[in-house]
Design a protein. Structure first.
Length: 65
């Protein structure tokens, strides 16, 4: 019975460490996902409302020398 208890404890610790490692990997990716979502949102807004070209002035360009 003592051997079985030790194996169960080691198995639980192993599963917990694998879960923590996987959770850390997921949480490390969250900032990149948020940055990508912000870039996608900005690109979508630029697509929906493209910038207008600057208005031409009534002045003539300077003469070439």
């Amino acid at each position: 019975m003592d051997g079985t208890a030790i194996i169960i404890i080691l198995a639980i610790a192993g599963v917990a460490s694998v879960l923590l490692f996987a959770l850390k990997g997921l949480l490390d990716q969250v900032p990149d996902v948020i940055d990508s979502a912000g870039k996608a949102r900005d690109a979508w807004q630029r697509f929906k409302r493209p910038e207008l070209p600057p208005q031409a002035d009534d002045q003539e360009p300077p003469a070439a020398a």
